[in-house]
Design a protein around this ligand. Structure first.
Ligand code: C2E
Ligand code: CA
Ligand code: CA
Length: 763
């Protein structure tokens, strides 16, 4: 179920939507779609344009061709009309001359005469008519007796009353052959008709015209049909079968043609799509007819189809490319998103996710909490069992945590061994503690051998601005503060803790600078006398560290020693202590107190280092002291671990006559039987046992028992923190060997210590 967190991170992929199942929807997908749609639209428009252009190109070519043909056809018609006119006038002149000669001849007409005259005058036919219009004589000797019918041109002339008339070239009504005729009245009231054969001229002219047309037609790729419609808009004689002429030559079309305009129309003729161009042919300002040009659209349509297909294919390829790019970008974004916002090991959201999901100014509406879960010893686990095992451990823990921390709470896998739970609504500490108990119990259930140790810190937060960084820092402080402690399921943050930790940081900074030889004046040793209880003379000194800074004033040794141990800075610090103590021994020896022993406190961390003894040897050599003047004190509390290694070191020290004392005896949990085997010289009875002497009856205080136990093990007994005379008296009575405490002297500086020794010798 989506948790509906809308992330607006300042991360490349501006806006993302995240759900528990890591389903990521990139909102820029809509933009991608828009881009594609725009591209597709551009493509479709261009495609449509290209198709239209192709189509129009072909049609325009055809129209131009039609126009050109119509023009040249008109020209042709004009030329042939002129030629016909010239021929007609030449023939007319010939007929006229022949007519004059025939009319004026004084010989009576006979077929033979007419035939003779025709030959002489170079005309083809001569007929002599009676006044009633009946042929009397004919040059060809035939058609005698033919009578002109009333609507015949011969009859028209006969009744016209004119002296002569020369008609146009026309086909003969009887034979159909083209002739030009002339009519002349004779003195007897009759008339003669002279005919000149015009058939050859006519044939020549029309043949010339047709050939030219066909020649033109043959040259054009754009025209598949050509025909000529006369001025009366009759269909061309060879018009294609199935042509709807009435529709093609509609009244509108006729009107346009009459106005001298081209007309275009499409029509499917016998299943073939045709494009027609009707072009008027104008001769001498008069409509002569119209040229009908037909273009078979199949080729053009094919071409358009091919272009369209190619265009769509290109669009398809571009679509695929765009989609592939988008998908690629989207996958990459998703990967980047996954890498950036989720931990690869557990698939849980990481801290970037937390930052992003909370937005720029997060607010808490209710009491909530941040729980920091730290797997304490992961580096050790990884070292001992391998990283695969460590990873598995983290994964198993993550699975358990997923069960325990549910919506609306948020589980974050911060870094390798740290998880954060953001509890949105908490019902107080009890609820949080119970949750942490469950988490701890899960860890134990997963690894009953306690391989998985969890340290849990909780920071409570209240309604108001939410600062996750601060909460995490505070939780980390809690873990630091309680480092190594494991008694509680979880530790809570409080203000005082922060102040403590701040002071710890400052101390750490000082210790660090000391370790590199800076600010050395802040650090010194003081020496507290250790007195022989029998003689009450100073037998030795314990060297104690002092740290005094301008900012923090006097810092108690337990405080800075603990920090030095946590930060490993105890090593350089311990070296410094040893060097200063050895120099003091050198000074004492020089002053004639070579038998006075000076003990230093060492921490187990120092002692366990391989370099401890070699380093000590080097300092002993460097200061030129006798190592028998040196003692070390090691607190009992560290003995439980590493007892063998500690004893090995003790043996090495013993070989150098260095006195070894167990410090704070009685406070640790060490078993006395084991300590018996340790190469130890002395036991320092803890101050708490000396203090008890004041409150309890001596036999209840155990102090005497410890002294006799020490003696039984062959160790010296040293009493610490002796402040009162009755304590001293008691210790003396039970045979304690040495004592140390304010009763005799507080720790003093080196010079005072030397003074004490000198005064003792004088006294
Ligand atoms: P500790 O080794 O048990 O040292 C004895 C502590 O008791 C010293 O405190 C000393 O000043 C104090 N003391 C001595 N006599 C009396 C007395 O009569 N009454 C009271 N109330 N206190 C007395 P200090 O110097 O504060 O040291 C505290 C602890 O710090 C030491 O306990 C020791 O464990 C540690 N420490 C001090 N210097 C060093 C050091 O150089 N290295 C290491 N590793 N630890 C050190
Ligand atoms: Ca000590
Ligand atoms: Ca002590």
């Amino acid at each position: 179920m989506p948790i509906g967190v809308k992330i607006t991170a300042n991360h490349p992929q501006a806006e993302v939507f995240v759900s528990r199942r890591h389903h990521i929807r990139l909102l820029d997908f809509r933009l991608a779609l828009l881009v594609f749609l725009v591209i597709a639209a551009i493509f479709l428009i261009t495609g449509y344009w290209v198709v239209q252009r192709t189509r129009n190109f072909y049609l325009a070519q055809m129209a131009a061709e039609a126009h050109r043909l119509a023009g040249s056809y008109s020209q042709q018609v004009v030329v042939s009309a002129q030629a016909e006119e010239i021929v007609a006038s030449l023939l007319a002149a010939k007929i006229d001359v022949a007519g004059d000669v025939i009319v004026q001849t004084d010989r009576p007409y006979s077929d033979a005469l007419l035939s003779q005259l025709a030959e002489v005058l170079g005309v083809d036919e001569i007929y002599a008519y009676t006044p009633a219009g009946v042929i009397r004589h004919a040059s060809n000797g035939r058609t005698i007796g033919w009578t002109a019918t009333p609507d015949h041109p011969v009859h028209t002339f006969m009744v016209s009353g004119q002296a002569s008339e020369i008609g146009p070239i026309r086909s003969d009504t009887e034979s159909g052959v083209y002739y030009q005729y002339g009519y002349f009245r004779t003195s007897d009231g009759g008339f003669i008709q002279i005919g000149v054969l015009a058939d050859k001229i006519q044939a020549l002219l029309s043949q010339f015209e047709l050939q030219k047309m066909l020649g033109e037609l043959a040259q054009s790729d754009y025209i598949q049909y050509i025909g000529f419609a006369d001025a009366a808009f009759n269909p061309p004689s060879d018009s294609p079968a199935g042509l709807d002429w009435a529709r093609l030559m509609s009244p509108d079309a006729r009107e346009a043609i009459q106005a001298g305009e081209d007309v275009h129309a499409t029509q499917t003729v016998a299943g073939t799509p045709m494009y027609f161009d009707l072009s008027p042919v104008i001769v001498g300002g008069e409509l002569h007819g119209s040229l009908v040009l037909g273009h078979d659209m199949r080729a053009t349509n094919n071409l358009i189809r091919n272009v369209t297909t190619a265009w769509l294919a290109a669009l398809g390829i571009i679509f695929l490319l765009v989609m592939a790019t988008l998908i690629g970008v989207r996958l990459r974004n998703r990967l980047l998103f996954q890498e950036y916002y989720f931990n690869p090991l557990t698939g849980l959201p990481n801290r970037h996710y937390l930052d992003a999901s909370l937005g720029s100014a997060p607010q808490a509406d209710t009491d909530g909490a941040l729980i920091l879960i730290n797997c304490q010893n992961m580096s050790l686990v990884n070292t001992l069992y391998g990283y695969a095992f460590g990873d598995q451990m983290i994964r198993s823990l993550a699975n358990e945590l997923k069960q325990l921390i549910r919506e609306p709470d948020q589980l974050i896998h911060m870094i390798s061994d740290r998880f954060v739970a953001l509890i949105r609504q908490s019902d107080g500490r009890d609820g949080l503690v119970s949750l942490c108990d469950h988490i701890q119990a899960a860890a134990v259930r997963l690894y009953p051998d306690k391989k998985l140790k969890l340290a849990i810190a909780a920071v409570e937060c209240h309604p108001g601005p939410l600062e996750p960084d601060k909460l995490i820092r505070q939780a980390s402080l809690v873990l630091r503060h309680h480092a190594g402690q494991n008694s509680q399921a979880c530790y809570f943050y409080d203000q005082a803790m922060e102040e403590t930790l701040e002071r710890q940081d400052q101390i750490e900074t000082i210790l660090r600078s000391l370790s590199v030889g800076q600010g050395l004046e802040q650090f010194s040793l003081v020496y507290q006398p250790i007195v022989d209880l029998k003689t009450m003379r100073i037998a030795g000194f314990e060297a104690l560290s002092r740290l005094k800074t301008a900012r923090l004033g006097f810092v108690p040794p337990p405080e800075f020693i603990a920090i030095a141990e946590q930060t490993q800075l105890i090593v350089p610090l311990g070296q410094r202590v040893l060097r200063l103590a050895c120099r003091f021994i050198a000074d004492l020896t020089k002053a004639g107190f070579g038998q006075i022993r000076v003990s230093v406190n060492i921490s187990a961390l120092e002692l366990l280092r391989d370099a401890f003894v070699p380093d000590l040897d080097a300092i002993v050599r460097e200061t030129g002291i006798d190592s028998a003047s040196l003692g070390v004190e090691l607190t009992e509390s560290v003995f439980s671990d590493n007892i063998d290694l500690i004893n090995e070191r003790f043996m090495q020290l013993k070989a150098r006559n260095i006195r070894i004392a167990i410090d704070d005896f009685g406070t640790g949990y060490s078993s006395l039987s084991r300590e018996r085997d340790l190469a130890v010289d002395a036991i320092k009875i803890d101050k708490s046992f000396i203090d008890r002497l004041l409150d309890l009856e001596p036999d209840q205080a155990m102090t005497g028992d410890i002294v006799s136990l020490a003696h039984r093990m062959g160790h010296l007994a040293i009493a610490e923190g002796v402040e009162f005379e009755n304590q001293r008296a008691y210790l003396q009575s039970v045979g304690c060997d040495l004592m140390q405490g304010y009763l005799f002297s507080k720790p003093v500086d080196a010079k005072t210590a030397l003074d004490l020794l000198q005064r003792q010798n004088e006294g």
